[in-house]
Design a protein around this ligand. Structure first.
Ligand code: SAM
Length: 215
């Protein structure tokens, strides 16, 4: 699956995508991530990408021209939908992330900054809008990383144990509920003991305990 990310802050992505599970997924060709700097597309002689909003009000807006040219260039190499990250979008859920992965559709992810983007870009080029929650971040970069991470977990082979995304919180196997408590060694820590049933080796009893302790 391919993700093309349009941002004013490309360096923010370097560390997150260069470690751990997503790095391995990239190395194995299961996902492909390309970062595009919107500022590179500005036709302004100072590479300006923002301006004051018509009608007044606080803050600046990302101007249409660099966004338009950047997205049009990326659309030539990625035929997937343009997804704008915004608190006004559809809330990302387990089901939503899974569906995006199952469609195996490439995505173009657009990160807003300042007070957001010129509405005409939304009208002309944006196909979907995703929010990662009812709060406001300083920019869409973190939200984009959340989407890439949550979607990638559902791509076969990305997680070492392929079954595990289906046994995590919100999965159908857990009835949409949140996972039971986990424990590892030692058996007693700071006076707190691991429930005896989990050390019993009785798989039926362990499954029963876990089911009873879904949250
Ligand atoms: N003025 C906007 C509003 O009230 O909805 C908030 C702008 S926010 C400071 C700047 C950018 O961060 C947004 O354009 C969006 O790309 C991103 N962003 C902020 N919160 C987000 C969220 N909860 N989910 C997804 N993206 C978010």
């Amino acid at each position: 699956m391919r993700f093309d990310i349009c941002t004013l802050f490309p360096d923010m992505f370097t560390s997150y995508f260069s470690d751990s599970i997503l790095k391995r997924a990239k190395d194995e060709g299961l996902i492909e991530i390309r970062i595009h700097n919107i500022r590179d597309y500005s036709k302004d002689k100072h590479k300006k990408v923002d301006d004051t909003p018509y009608g007044g009000g606080a803050g600046m807006l990302m101007t249409a021209q660099p966004l338009y040219d950047c997205l049009m260039a990326v659309k030539k190499i990625n035929s997937g939908p343009v997804v704008f990250m915004t608190p006004q979008g559809k809330k990302l859920t387990h089901t939503h992330a899974k569906r995006l992965a199952m469609n195996n559709e490439s995505l173009i992810l657009l990160c807003g900054r300042y007070e957001g983007i010129d509405q005409r870009i939304r009208d002309l080029l944006v196909d979907k809008e995703i929010s990662i929650g009812n709060y406001v971040l300083t920019g869409g970069e973190l939200a984009t990383m959340v989407v890439v991470d949550a979607v990638s977990r559902f791509i076969p082979g990305v997680l070492g144990d392929e079954a595990s995304a289906e046994e995590d919180s919100f999965s159908r196997r857990l009835g949409g509920k949140k996972e039971y408590p986990h424990y590892t060694k030692p058996a007693i820590f700071e006076g707190l003991e691991v429930p005896a049933v989990l050390r019993s080796g009785n798989h039926a009893e362990i499954a029963k305990w876990r089911k009873e302790h879904l949250r």
